[in-house]
Design a protein around this ligand. Structure first.
Ligand code: C2E
Ligand code: MG
Ligand code: MG
Ligand code: MG
Length: 286
């Protein structure tokens, strides 16, 4: 409390802050309850292999089917979850659910068998000692090969959390893959890429979909740098043919975006041979 400020100013500030804190606390309580009550669902978005135009993996993206609120997007509740250990509970659930879904798709014996899945893990969770246990539990319960699981983390995590790097190394020793999400929006330099324990770089949508000429150059640069460090590259947020052709010209490995498919519930995941996608890729390539 700022003692120097006039009493009235302090009171207004207190009221606003109190309202804000109350709203966050209510949201956190509702989310904690929602997680236990099974209100969270994973949507899946195909990630296309640009060599073949086929879906080889999907990204799991959480949604909250909150009673009275409809389908709540992650940006509306992940930040609140990240303020407490709730985000770790959410991550543990997502790991278990996504790996179990792969097994259900395998059991269908159809075109969704053999997919890989990427799960977003918060920096707070990555820094916890039990992260490794959460991953090994999910692998053991599902029985999937560890190489079919990718953990997506954002680059800020690597700067903030000393334990994070150690855990990434352990995950890779298990055979789990690690991707840096939203690359380009944080502080990691290209030079650091060679030293990070990661397998895949995901280029942020803001660069992929930017009409600025300089950003197209940056995307090309990121792809060639990643390749020189033997990292795979996924471009996120591909919405237009022109963006796809630029990515193909730059030898990008994989892409996801509304041009191909939106995130959908597990039951609605389109076939690995997305209608039109292979044609789109091969035609855009020439
Ligand atoms: P992200 O991991 O970078 O996920 C990609 C986001 O871009 C998703 O938003 C996806 O729906 C959206 N997207 C994909 N293709 C396109 C496109 O072509 N155009 C546009 N405009 N958007 C596209 P979503 O599902 O709302 O997720 C937002 C963020 O929430 C994610 O960003 C991720 O950081 C976080 N998140 C999602 N699920 C989880 C989770 O299970 N755990 C944690 N900790 N975070 C999650
Ligand atoms: Mg992601
Ligand atoms: Mg991303
Ligand atoms: Mg993002």
């Amino acid at each position: 409390r700022a003692k120097a400020a006039g009493r009235g100013v302090v009171e207004v500030f207190d009221d606003e802050l109190r309202a804000e804190l109350n709203a966050r606390a209510e949201l956190e309580t509702a989310l904690r309850h929602g997680l236990e009550a099974g209100e969270l669902v994973l949507y899946y978005q195909p990630v296309l292999d640009l060599g073949t135009g086929r879906t080889r993996s999907v990204e799991a993206l959480v949604r909250w089917v909150r009673p009275g609120h409809g389908l709540v997007p992650p940006d509306a509740f992940i930040p609140v979850a990240e303020a407490s250990s709730l985000v770790c509970d959410l991550g543990r659930w997502a790991l278990a659910e996504a790996t179990a879904q792969l097994v259900r798709w395998d059991a269908e014996g159809g075109h969704r068998g053999g997919l890989a899945v990427a799960v977003n893990i918060s920096g707070r969770h990555l820094a916890q000692a039990h992260l490794l246990e959460d991953v090994t539990d999910a692998l053991a319960a599902s029985g999937i090969d560890p190489s079919r699981l990718t953990v997506e983390i954002t680059e800020t995590v690597l700067v903030d959390e000393p334990l994070a790097l150690e855990h990434l190394r352990s995950l890779r020793e298990l055979g789990v893959r690690v991707a840096i999400d939203d690359f380009g929006t944080g502080y990691t330099s290209i030079g650091q890429l060679s030293r990070l324990p990661v397998d895949v770089l995901k280029i942020d949508r803001s660069f992929v979909s930017s009409p600025e000429a300089g950003h197209a150059d940056l995307v090309r640069l990121l792809i060639s740098a990643a390749h020189s460090f033997s990292l795979g590259v996924v471009a996120e947020g591909v919405e237009e043919d022109g963006q796809l052709s630029a990515l193909l010209a730059a030898s990008c490995d994989a892409a996801q975006g509304y041009l191909f498919a939106r995130p959908v519930p597990a039951a609605d995941l389109p076939p690995a041979e997305l209608p039109g996608a292979a044609v789109l890729v091969s035609e855009t390539r020439t």
